[in-house]
Each structure stands twice: as structure tokens, then as C-alpha cells.
Design a protein around this ligand. Structure first.
Ligand code: ADP
Length: 217
């Protein structure tokens, strides 16, 4: 079944989330208090409305209760974010992802009932810093505190297969996928070997990702 989403706050962050979800064929209701923000997105997102989500009655009318997931991307307006989260929680919405502007707001949103809080600038900065540390780390995403999923270019072919390398025990990482030179992705078997110029998709701590990057290059 198609998942339904409500995206509240259509600045750069919220509007990109709404557009991406629509392009992935999800049901999306995009909401903003500002008419210009709503008209800017209306050609990409079929269902968008001008509304103030700090009012619980408004969220009831918009059907927030039946949404699978609500993204609160109001950002700078702390008071509006807080009231919106409280209303959503009160209506029994299970999944509430909130975009925060500052670390200090994160705890407040979680206490109020947000299921997930993200600080986009922080995530983007951490990703970028980790990518530019090494020429062979092509992509880096934190998946939990201290843990990341990274794409590492393999600079040399390695004779031992994955069972023999025992990367989980020797480097504290797992290779969850390999990307061939032609772009084809595959999930490796223990008997596979790492080939020069393939890309390894690895999961582990930042320190261990750095260690495996050094080993592969
Ligand atoms: P970005 O950094 O993503 O561009 P903005 O702070 O510019 O973020 O966007 C936040 C959006 O949230 C604005 O478009 C603003 O109109 C909207 N917004 C603020 N308060 C409310 C509210 N009470 N209800 C709905 N949308 C709101």
C-alpha cells in the first residue's frame, strides 16, 4: 500500500522532501502558512494547501490523524514547531520527523514526542567533512550516533576473499554491497574478492571506516 505523508513548512528543506516523495510515487500533502511557498511547489506536488498547523482544528481538517508519517520542516520558528508537534502527538500521529535548526532544540522536540529530529546543516556538514578527508571516500552518511554507511573506492585488488579477510573481526566493519565499474550493485558472498576500481559500501564506526579506507588504498 502507498504510504501517506504530510510535509509541513515548504522552505528549501520541506519543499525538497515533498518533491522527492512525490517523485517516488508517495501520497503527499504539502502544507505552509505562506501562500507564495505553496504556489511555488504546486506544479510539482498535486496536493498542497495554505494552512497554519499550530491550530489543532486545522490539522484535524487536513486529515493528519490518518497520515503514516508527518515531517515538520518549519525550522526557524520554534514556537510554531512546538505547537505543531504537540498537536500531532495529541492526534495520535505515530511518525513525526522534525527538522531542527539548533542542537538545543533537539531535546525539546524529542520530549514533546517527535520520533526523529534532524539538523540538515549538521548532517550535510558531517557527510562532507568525512568525504573530503580522503579521495577514496565517495559518500558518507551517519546512520546512528557514531556509525556510518560509506562508499569507498577500492584502490587495489586483494588476493584473499571476504571470508579470509574477516573484515568484521579485523576491521570492525561489514561490506554490505559492492559496485562494479559498470555501476552494477551486488551483495557480496564470502568467496568474492575485492577488485581494484570497484566501490565497497561499508558500515561501521568513523574510525573503522578510516582504517578500512587505508587498507583498501
Ligand atoms: P528552509 O531553511 O528550509 O528554507 P524556512 O525557515 O525558510 O526553511 O521555511 C520554513 C517554512 O515553514 C516557511 O515556508 C514558513 O512559511 C513555514 N511555516 C512557518 N510557520 C508555519 C505554520 N504555523 N504552519 C505552516 N507552515 C509554517
Amino acid at each position: 500500500m502507498k504510504k501517506s505523508f504530510m510535509v509541513i513548512g515548504l522552505g528549501r528543506f520541506g519543499s525538497n522532501i515533498a518533491k522527492t516523495l512525490v517523485s517516488m510515487n508517495c501520497d503527499v500533502l504539502a502544507v505552509d502558512i505562506n501562500e507564495d511557498c505553496v504556489s511555488a511547489i504546486s506544479s510539482y506536488v498535486p496536493h498542497c494547501v495554505i494552512a497554519d498547523t499550530t491550530k489543532e482544528r486545522v490539522l484535524v481538517e487536513l486529515g493528519a490523524k490518518s497520515m503514516d508519517h508527518v515531517v515538520v520542516a518549519i525550522g526557524a520558528n520554534l514556537q510554531a514547531s512546538i505547537l505543531t508537534i504537540v498537536n500531532l502527538k495529541h492526534l495520535g500521529v505515530n511518525n513525526i520527523t522534525v527538522r531542527a535548526d539548533q542542537e538545543s532544540h533537539k531535546e525539546v522536540y524529542l520530549t514533546l514526542g517527535a520520533t526523529d529530529v534532524i539538523i540538515p546543516e549538521e548532517s550535510a556538514a558531517v557527510s562532507l567533512a568525512n568525504q573530503i578527508i580522503s579521495d577514496s571516500i565517495l559518500d558518507y552518511h551517519e546512520v546512528a550516533s557514531g556509525y556510518a554507511l560509506a562508499k569507498i573506492n577500492i584502490g587495489r585488488s586483494i588476493n584473499e576473499n571476504l571470508i579470509e579477510l574477516d573484515l568484521r573481526n579485523n576491521y570492525g566493519i561489514n561490506i554490505v554491497g559492492l559496485i562494479k565499474e559498470n555501476g552494477e550493485f551486488y551483495i557480496p558472498r564470502g568467496t568474492d574478492k575485492l577488485q581494484e576500481n570497484e566501490i565497497a559500501v561499508v558500515v561501521g564506526t568513523r574510525k573503522n571506516i578510516k582504517k578500512i579506507d587505508e587498507f583498501l588504498n
